[in-house]
Design a protein. Sequence first.
Length: 179
Amino acid sequence: MADLSGKNVAIIAVTFVEDAELTTPRDALTEAGATVKIYSPDGSSIQTVEGDTDPKQEIQADGSFGDIDVDTIDALVVPGGTVNADKLRVDEDAQELVRQVTEADKPLAVICHAPWLLVSAGLVEGKRLTSFESVALDVKNAGGTWVDEEVVVDGNLITSRNPDDLDAFVGAIEDALTS
């Protein structure tokens, strides 16, 4: 396990986020020493789900998207879940955050359906990435190269397909934060 002491990681999500895709990176990165904070659009709590429909737990957000200062974070994680990703992709603040993280060349870790946000933010063209299979056509139509691999790293962008890939996803985030 990497030593992530002194690293600050932000996770953005809305209600109906896939529970494991939020909690697994949060818990693993925290255990490795990082400070991990969760943000929702308005700072309200987030209801997590499993398989898009089965409620799991309510998680209190540490702040709103507007509270995130990209200069003070070392990485941004965007978990999936179909509803979460669908709401994030039309959220202008979320789009601006991923653009700022990309411009700052900081790790941007996006899993499952969450690459929809990258499509909406105009960040897919020329990139190699993965996602939940149903998002593949959107990635291709946005000019990206979609591949069926558990984790793909292209520059600062880290992507994975689904909760089964979380070990590789978290490992890639840890690698990016220690390189």
